[in-house]
Design a protein around this ligand. Structure first.
Ligand code: NAD
Length: 339
């Protein structure tokens, strides 16, 4: 029996999650929800995903555009085991009432507050915490990227203090109404919301985050300084630890990946997902050690990094895999990230 998955909100995250679910052997897409006809609604139809109307949308609008709808969001929930809510920030919280009324399990995204769900989730960080749960929140792109790195360093060396400055992309590539298009804008919230969010995965972690927004759409970059409890022998040990972990891609100097433009060019050429970079991207030359202080840069593709985490969240909720590593291996194989 495959888990029947509904996707409510078929935008940047929703369409990628739908594609990823369709590739898994133990789950299937029963339908996706759009509020109005668009090129994305047409894409859903072309992908063979039944289209349902949600929000304040009407079937008549879809009919007028020549797009066939299979029913309303309520109809879809009636035939689903779980809904992945990928609607804009704060809409998920409103939708929770719908999901509860339909008695269907739900996954929310990082734009919702942590209390929308029973648990916040990161596959490398706390897979077991989501086992059997009915409502799970997959943390944001930045929190996912940091949490993966914590999952690598914390168990090996311990963490006395983690400082990270997030250089955040201003908008996603398809967003034409956001900015800045010029200037660097500091976030005057100390710590930025990301630090407390990481603590929903690793309670008690001594982490402090600061953030600036810059005019780019490709990726975020994190500048990390981590005071480890025990010093690794050398930077090579750090590199080996990142290399050994799934969902990390280290670029060697000979690859000539100078920054985020080449990371995304690599991802487009590789052709996984929508030209996506599901892994944390690190540079071998950008990992250093000074005593017990570890330094590293990592780039995060905001549009896709949480996609595999949504798949693992479904597996945890339905206990389809014995543990995190088993689920991650299954997800990553299906996505083409490993042989
Ligand atoms: P998006 O705007 O690209 O997509 C949201 C989609 O939901 C749109 O197609 C919109 O029309 C649709 N929608 C709006 N109201 C709806 C309703 N009531 N019912 C059904 N559909 C509705 O947004 P996104 O970037 O995919 O973000 C979705 C969630 O994922 C947010 O919580 C966001 O914070 C989180 N997230 C976004 C990113 C990112 O960088 N884009 C990264 C990680 C997490």
């Amino acid at each position: 029996m495959r888990v029947r998955v509904a996707i409510n909100g078929y935008g940047t995250i929703g369409k990628r999650v739908a594609d990823a679910v369709a590739k898994q052997p133990d789950m299937e897409v029963v339908g996706v929800v759009k509020t109005r006809p668009s090129f994305e609604a047409e894409r859903a139809a072309q992908m063979g995903f039944p289209l349902f109307v949600g929000g304040d949308g009407t079937a008549a609008d879809f009919d007028a555009a020549g797009l066939r709808v299979a029913g309303t969001v309520a109809d879809l929930l009636g035939k689903s085991d779980v809904v992945v809510d990928a609607t804009p920030d704060k809409v998920g919280k409103e939708n929770r009432k719908l999901y509860e009324a339909a008695n269907v399990r739900a996954i929310f995204q990082g734009g919702e507050k942590a209390d929308v769900a029973e648990v916040s989730f990161n596959a490398l960080g706390n897979f077991a915490a989501a086992k059997g749960k009915r409502r799970v929140r997959v943390v944001s792109c930045n929190t996912t990227g940091i949490s993966r790195a914590v999952a690598v360093l914390l168990p090996r060396w311990g963490v006395d203090r983690w400082d990270v400055t997030l250089v955040r992309r201003a908008a996603d590539p398809a967003e034409s109404k956001k900015g800045p298009i010029n200037g660097i804008v500091p976030t005057f919230q100390l710590p930025s919301h990301h630090g407390p969010d990481v603590k929903t995965i690793f309670p008690g972690l001594p982490i402090f985050t600061t953030a600036v927004v810059v005019p780019t759409t490709l990726m975020h970059v994190h500048v990390n300084r981590v005071r480890l409890h025990t010093a690794p022998k050398d930077a090579g040990e750090l590199l080996a630890a990142f290399r050994a972990s799934p969902r990390f891609r280290l670029f060697a100097p000979w690859e000539h990946v100078d920054g985020t433009p080449q990371v995304m060019e690599f991802a487009r050429g590789r052709g996984l997902g929508s030209g996506d970079m599901f892994e944390n991207a690190l540079w071998q030359d950008g990992v250093g050690l000074d005593g017990a202080d570890a330094f590293f840069f990592q780039a995060i593709h905001q549009e896709s990094i949480t996609v595999p985490e949504n798949i693992d969240a479904i597996r945890a909720m339905f206990e389809l895999a014995p543990d995190g590593p088993a689920s991650i291996a299954m997800t990553d194989r299906a996505l083409g990230l490993r042989a």
